[in-house]
Ligand binder design. Sequence first.
Ligand code: 3SK
Length: 516
Amino acid sequence: DIMIPRDYNAAHDLIERNLVAGRGGKIAYIDDRGSYTFDELSKRINRFANVLKGLQVRQEERILLCLLDTIDFPTAFLGAIKAGVIPVPTNTLLTAEDYRHMLRDSRATTLVVSHLLWPHFQEIVDDIPTLRHVILSDEKVPGRLELSSLLSQASDVFRAAETTSDDPCFWLYSSGSTGNPKGTVHIHSSLVNTAELYAIPTLAIRESDVVFSAAKLFFAYGLGNALTFPLAVGATTILMNERPTPEAVFKRLRQHQPSVFCGVPTLYASMLAHPDCPGAEELNLRCCPSAGEALPQEISRQWSARFGVDILDGIGSTEMLHIFLSNRVGDVRYGTTGKPVPGYKVRLVDEDGQPVAVGEIGALEVSGPSSAIQYWNNVAKSRSTFIGDWIHSGDKYSVTADGYYVYAGRSDDMLKVGGIYVSPTEVESVLMGHEAILEVAVVGRHDDEKLIKPAAYVVLKPGWSASQKLAGELKQFVKAHLAPYKYPRWFEFLDELPKTATGKIQRFKLRSGNQN
Ligand code: 3SK
């Protein structure tokens, strides 16, 4: 068991342990603008905590962060935690309507937003009754507070708020197949538990590592990779403000020579297929975790053959905060998600909650010390997900006789696309708003790399006919109304959708590509 004291502040711990270890002068972060030592990071965090205090933001109030990966993310996230204020990092790829929901649901009193993302917020901030302060990061906007000038005016000394290891610390929004995203409430002890249980034993992460996560800090996966884990051991982290295209990733790999690179299967596949993919001798990789979606065996094989390093596929969740089932160095079985991370318990159960036999598919439930405590403001979903010590993951798995877990899809209709959840129902309801569409069903389909992407099956209204042009228009229609990564990559036009006698769409028939 990991001993975390009762009086505990996660931000204080993650910084102080580095200063006590004499790492103050070591580089903690390198972003696209510069580098920052642990001492500088500590001061920035204290300054931000003082900014909040000066603005009279109180302990336990929520502060919404919509930030690209720069030094301002750890500054605001850990500065808020140090002040006992609850940061709520959000996906930077969403729409104004998504942010409106999160601001209202969290009753955030403060928003910190990257200048580039400000256009999404400009039209909604005046509609949020609880919002008292808007702080822009990166560039000034007339009439708005600006982060760097606030930091420069604030004191760099701050005594951590009196929090306990069980106190709410931060939230992450998690999406489901229906309804709005849910604020997942994490406590102070959770961050360091993920480092102690997963990163240190499974990745052997250490002070000498240089870590680069293509998965952004706003994802639970990226937050562990590029904040909790490196700070827990005093490693250096590379942050990239751009979209994680293969080109942008190659540039950082060549320039900064990370030893730990964290990706998702879609990215690993597109890196391998790219003509500019570096050779092993150009890089210094020792460890490459993957999560977010199931990793096809072929990608594992190609990566190991090219770099001499295995991809360590694992699965985590926003609710468990990080990976609880994983392959590990020296024990990798391609095509599986490995074994439970010691410190977590997993079980596979049937519809009656009874354990399934070896080789049979069951619903994956997990228990461990980094689990969230509830969904904010949503008793029904909290009760059906957090059952005593166990959490329903929503994933289906089987286990081999020698203990390796094999992914078997979702229990709900959710799709994991490039590591991010997409709700088919949400995409369908947008498409139903298009004048040509009578009925639609969205399901997952494998692309050429065996990775899941959304496909739409459409029945047109009388008077409309199927064409490539209409398919293109429908793609644009979805992109204009939802976060762009949610658009269906394929449109199939049918005379009718397969249905049961009671009129329920038989999605499984569409999934297998068989509409009869
Ligand atoms: O998608 C995953 O497997 C994952 C991994 C770590 C943390 C969070 C998530 C959702």
